[in-house]
Ligand binder design. Structure first.
Ligand code: G1P
Length: 271
């Protein structure tokens, strides 16, 4: 069973400037909810009970979003708008926060979760990758983890020209949607396949040893991809290829499509 998830949300959001100068990318609205709310809901749907969100200095609003807002609660009560209270109710989930003091990369952000993981396998969920699928995108990875008892990475087949934005694996197919991963490389100029890493992972706690051994890589940052590549040299790593549609909120066109899709689903559900 996977009970814990780490959501790294400390990046500067360079691809979404200038909005990210003041609005954390994780709080970009999708309908009337911020992006990170969808990711947390996805974790809960898959049975996760404890979440660690890694933040940076200018992201305190993420904590505020999941906390109580007493002034707003009183205001709604005074104006007889109690029916809106559930919308601003604080989360009942166990969410913890840690700050990444320097932008040293995704791998470094995950390292900050070592005491949170406390020796258990856990999920990593990158909040700029969102799917509006009815079922949690973590669930099939957890199922693979239970079957193979080893690291599992969510993958998606991508158009060649998009691969430069992602980690890309070299892998051989075991059965429908399931792969044995031989290696994984971050943002390759010559991709080894069309299977890109989709921001959902289940990892064993020895990933922290691998992260400690990892030197700065792409962009001078400690890359999770490099630690995973190291891990798959010594133990099996499974890839699960999604069929569902993903949206990357860092890519403007996909973010706008995500908005449209969310609105369509809301209208359909309200009918
Ligand atoms: C990160 C990972 C990359 C993965 C991607 C998915 O990159 O390093 O391997 O494919 O997320 O969104 P980033 O988007 O932080 O550049």
């Amino acid at each position: 069973m996977i009970r814990k998830a780490i959501i790294p949300a400390a990046g500067y959001g360079i691809r979404n400037l200038p909005a990210t100068k003041v609005i954390p990318k994780e709080l970009f609205p999708i309908g009337n909810k911020p992006a990170i709310d969808y990711v947390v809901a996805e974790a809960v749907q898959a049975g996760v009970t404890d979440i660690l969100i890694v933040l940076s200095r200018n992201k305190t609003e993420v904590m505020n979003y999941f906390d109580r807002s007493p002034e707003l609660e009183s205001y709604l009560i005074e104006r007889q708008k109690e029916s809106l209270l559930p919308l601003i109710a604080p989360t009942t989930l166990r969410i913890q926060y840690v700050r990444q003091q320097d932008p040293l990369g995704l791998g470094h952000a995950i390292q900050l979760g070592e005491s949170f993981a406390a020796g258990e396998p856990f999920a990593i969920m990158l909040p700029d990758q969102i799917s509006l699928s009815r079922t949690s995108m973590l669930s099939p990875l957890i199922k693979c983890f239970e079957q193979y008892r080893t690291n599992v990475i969510g993958l998606q087949s991508m158009k060649q020209e998009l691969l430069i934005n992602y980690g890309v694996v070299s892998a051989s197919r075991i059965k429908a949607r399931t792969y044995d991963i031989d290696s994984i490389v971050e943002k390759p100029s010559v991709p080894p396949s069309q299977l890109a890493v989709m921001g959902r992972y289940i990892v064993k706690p020895n990933i922290f040893d691998k992260l400690r051994q990892t030197k700065p890589g792409f962009n001078g940052e400690i890359q999770l991809t490099d630690a995973l590549n190291n891990a798959c040299q010594s133990s099996r790593m499974i890839g699960y290829a999604y069929n569902e549609r993903w949206y990357d909120t860092s890519i403007e066109e996909q973010y706008i499509k995500l908005q449209h899709r969310a609105l369509q689903l809301k209208t359909r559900n309200n009918k």
